[in-house]
Design a protein around this ligand. Structure first.
Ligand code: PLP
Length: 529
């Protein structure tokens, strides 16, 4: 069983939501714009889900709720609406407030939308990040001082990387008397925090279905009554001519099933239960990785999110380790061209560089249960044990892995045709090369945790950095080699290096992540592991 701890990135689809989507595709497949019975049925379904969403979000009468493709579309629409209203005021001769403000830890969709529409509409307003403190919360003193000069203020309800919950009432106080419209990205709050939209002067709030057990491609945009609105999509007049395009009825049906589950309270755990799950995960992490630090104060965070760092251990290493242990988590830093980029969010919070370079996000969903958390804790402990078993070699490994480029040099010397093979090619390869050996080039702490399928090939575990020493021996023995790793990257480097030495060598494309066979054959594990 895979333990999926990356719910802030996306979630699986709830069984009820799957069933509702299938039923909508099979039965209520009419076009909601059609006036015949099939169309009327589809429209009724959409109306019902919209009403349910209105109740759950605490949306006041008169507010509008649009079905959109996801939060990115909702954010675009809200930003376009606010900026188009500012442009209209400017065109009418009014002086504009010069600032567009967004929280420094906002999802990229917000500052990028601000830049895009500010340029496209020719507004030339100044886009400025609202600083956050070391705890990830907005600097309200700064905001109160700047708000009178702002035309739009964008602040998320809860952060996707750290789970830090914004002080929306504090922000509302800062905005009192300001001309600014207020956009609150509600993506990570949906189903976890009450947003009380009727009680707060929020003008726009986008939501995304796939962060809460609905499929990708469906979301909601809340627009306060009287807030300016400009359609992003013009066309066939759907959604009251405010968001054109034939509606994603099956997505709406699935979202409706999730919202029903939220209202019924049967499928989702309470905030208190989720908080106790997080405490158990935090305790397991602290036991597995002594010295671990929390990158944001858990008391200020969503009860489903932990962002941690382990001194001296880069997030990439932890990610590989957890993946080998069957735990899917997220690195706190983006990886580009093999080089870890520290997270913008953690940098904005002023964390020391090592801490953002070692960050790991662990996020679960409100539908996860006791047994899931128990299994997650057990695996976290196994990961810690596997790392400790490396003993003194761990420091060397970290140093080597931060400079692993030596094998990549002179890539053009060897024959590189068909170097990365799909898993389906293994049988044919084994028959063509009786002296074929499988070489797992992951680090020992990954290999020890298993994850390799039984391919019926002799297995050798040899981390990539030790490959050069083994090549002459393999050459003398006329070995053919099939390399494997987690994602196919390290194994491809190994296969290239082996070919440069004149060996027959391949890599399994996509690595263990794409393995179609059942993993973990204990018989294949080296003795004593
Ligand atoms: N806002 C936040 C806080 C998010 O976490 C995400 C997704 O990662 C988005 C916006 C974008 O959502 P979508 O994937 O629905 O476009």
């Amino acid at each position: 069983m895979e333990i999926y701890l990356d719910a802030n990135a996306t979630t699986p689809v709830l069984p009820q939501a799957r069933a509702a989507a299938l039923a909508a595709m099979a039965d209520d497949f009419g076009n909601p714009s059609s006036v015949h019975s099939a169309g009327l049925k589809a429209r009724a379904l959409m109306d019902e889900v919209r009403e349910r969403a209105r109740r759950l979000l605490g949306a006041p009468a008169g507010a509008r709720l649009f079905f959109v493709s996801g939060a990115t579309e909702g954010i675009q629409t809200a930003v376009l609406s606010a900026l188009q209203a500012l442009r209209a005021r400017r065109d009418a001769g009014a002086a504009l407030p010069p600032l567009l403000l967004y929280g420094a830890t906002e999802h990229k969709a917000v500052p990028e939308a601000l830049r895009h529409w500010n340029a496209l509409l020719g507004l030339g307003l100044q886009i400025v990040a609202i600083p956050v403190g070391r705890d990830g919360r907005h600097d309200l003193g700064w905001l109160a001082a700047q708000a009178p000069q702002a035309g739009l203020v964008c602040t998320m309800a809860a952060n996707n990387e750290t789970g830090v919950i914004s002080d929306l009432d504090g922000i509302a106080d800062c905005l009192r008397g300001s001309p600014a419209l207020w956009l609150v990205d509600g993506v990570q709050a949906l189903g976890k925090l009450p947003l009380r939209l009727a009680e707060r002067p929020i003008d726009y709030a986008p939501f995304s279905g796939h962060k809460l057990y609905a499929p990708k491609g469906i979301g909601l945009l809340y627009v306060r009554e009287g807030a300016p609105f400009t359609p992003l999509l013009a066309g066939g007049g759907q959604e009251g001519a405010q968001r054109a395009g034939t509606e994603n009825v099956s997505g709406v049906a699935a979202l409706g099933a999730v919202l029903r589950a939220l209202e019924d309270g049967d499928s989702f755990r309470s905030a208190a239960q989720l908080g106790s799950f997080r405490e158990r995960l935090a305790a397991a992490l602290q036991q597995a990785f002594p010295g671990l630090v929390f990158n944001a104060p858990p008391a200020l965070c969503l009860p489903t999110t932990l962002n941690i760092a382990v001194p001296g251990i880069p997030s990439r290493l932890l990610l590989d380790l957890f993946d080998a242990g069957g735990l899917r988590v997220s690195g706190g830093s983006a990886c580009s061209a093999g080089k870890a980029q520290p997270s913008d969010v953690l940098q904005a919070m002023g964390l020391p560089e090592w801490q953002s370079a070692s960050a790991l996000r662990i996020s679960f969903g409100p539908a996860d249960d006791e047994a899931f958390i128990a299994e997650a804790c057990a695996r976290i402990l196994a990961c810690g044990a596997s790392l400790r078993a490396c003993g003194d070699r761990l420091e060397q490994t970290i140093a080597r892995r931060s400079a692993p480029a030596s094998l990549d040099e002179a890539t053009s010397d060897g024959d590189e045709t068909d170097i990365a093979l799909p898993w389906s090619a293994v049988d044919a390869l084994r028959q063509a090369w009786p002296r074929l050996r499988l070489v797992d080039v992951r680090e020992p702490y990954e290999h020890r945790l298993g994850g390799l399928p039984a391919l019926g090939l002799p297995l050798q575990a040899l981390p990539l950095v030790e490959l050069a020493g083994a090549l002459p021996g393999w050459l003398a023995e006329e070995q053919a080699l099939l390399f494997v790793c987690r994602s196919g990257k390290r194994s491809e480097q190994a296969a290239r290096a082996a070919r440069r030495q004149g060996l027959q060598a391949w890599s399994l494309a996509g690595g263990l992540a794409l393995c179609p066979l059942s993993p973990l054959s204990p018989a294949l594990r080296p003795a004593g592991s």
